[in-house]
Design a protein around this ligand. Structure first.
Ligand code: PLP
Length: 368
């Protein structure tokens, strides 16, 4: 039976730079393929009970591996929540405001701006700092206007659309909340500095629709009565995130990706590779004599999402079209930002970056 026409040929030379849903590791895709029909005790991973032994193994192992990879202290809950990272824009204020009337937000790009706007639906949130309009800088922490009465401070360590990344965790006298979606598990991080971190899976660790929330136990159960059970972190913490049917297939894939990270040597090794990839690409931009340009100060340049521009948008369109013919996919910048964006998440091999740099050289020779 052929439901859809899918070419069985794997094009090994395709490199997909999509910002999300992002590329998954080849060994993970191979394993999914081999298990899809009956790989879980004779059953498809689509169709195992979320309370049965096959899925409970996935639940236990994925949490254990996540704790191992990030060295998560035992007083933090690890929650698997449906709805994507944007769902957390709402769940964080619903759960963490508690008796407070407001919270602080630091806006350094398009995603933190969205989080702030969503927060305003719940309470008169305050801007501790706003880096606009170009989003190519991060104001020094000493200049942030922190409100000591705020319930928490929310920021976005890596801005996926703007290609700007904090190089360290800011020191602030408030419980810290971070939207880590596009840098999650790209390097080690000190979870104990945070009240809560969250990440949508589709940037680095799986398919879209599922998020990981890591929250200190003091920040669970603060929600006022009247919020939906499915928006209450306590519902997840009390049920191993199986309050209702979770997105089982996405969770199964996240479990495979976490195993792959461990097999590859853990987050120290993964960070080493990610740094190398980003350094190679930024160096190629620098060496182009201005043909390719990046407007973010070097110490703030994202290791995950590399943004650059060509002298005009006609050249950018030609660059993207020619890249696709060479199997370099999804290089157009975000629709509201333009330019080129190459996302170098964990599953992007260094060979993909070399292929991109080769194309950049060739295109510059033809068009400079
Ligand atoms: C992609 C992204 C989001 C939105 O994720 P959804 O799963 O689409 O809700 C939020 N924050 C950051 C930093 C992102 O990169």
């Amino acid at each position: 039976m052929n439901l859809i026409n899918v070419s069985p040929v794997r094009h090994r030379s395709i490199y997909n730079f999509c910002a999300g849903p992002a590329v998954l590791p080849d060994p993970v895709l191979d394993q999914i393929q081999s298990q899809l029909k009956n790989g879980l005790n004779g059953m498809s991973p689509f169709s195992v009970s979320h309370r049965g032994p096959e899925f409970m193994e996935i639940v236990e192992r994925s949490e254990f591996n996540l704790r191992t990879l990030l060295n998560i202290p035992s007083d933090y809950h690890v929650l698997f929540v449906a709805g994507g990272a944007s769902m957390q824009f709402s769940m964080v204020p619903m759960n963490l405001l508690g008796a407070h009337e407001t919270a602080d937000y630091v806006v350094t790009g398009q995603w933190s701006e969205k989080a702030f706007e969503e927060g305003l639906r719940f309470a008169p949130m305050r801007l501790a700092s706003h880096a606009g309009p170009e989003f190519n800088r991060i104001p020094a922490v000493a200049t942030w206007q922190i409100n000591p009465a705020a319930a928490f401070l929310h920021y976005t360590p890596n801005e996926t659309i703007d290609g700007i990344q904090f190089s360290e965790i800011p020191k602030v006298p408030l419980p810290l909340v971070a939207d880590c979606s596009s840098e999650f598990l790209s390097k080690p991080m000190d979870v104990s500095r945070f009240a809560l971190i969250y990440a949508g899976a589709q940037k680095n660790i799986g398919p879209a629709g599922l998020s990981i929330v890591i929250v200190h136990r003091d920040f669970v159960g603060l929600a006022s009565r009247g919020i939906p059970s499915l928006c209450d972190y306590a519902s997840y913490a009390q049920t191993q995130s199986i309050y209702n049917t979770p997105p089982t297939f996405s969770w199964y894939i996240v479990d495979l990706v976490l195993q792959w990270f461990l097999l590859e040597g853990g987050l120290t090794e993964i960070e080493r590779r990610n740094r190398k990839k980003a350094q190679l690409l930024y160096a190629a931009i620098e060496r182009s004599g201005g043909f390719y340009s990046n407007r973010v100060p070097s110490q703030l340049r994202s290791m995950m999402n590399v943004i650059f521009h060509l002298p005009n948008s006609a050249l950018e369109d030609a660059f993207v079209a020619g890249a696709e013919q060479r199997g370099l996919m999804n290089l157009a910048g975000h629709r509201c930002k333009g330019g080129i964006r190459a996302s170098l998440y964990n599953a992007m091999p260094e060979a993909g970056v070399h292929a991109l740099i080769d194309w950049m050289h060739y295109f510059q020779e033809q068009n400079a």
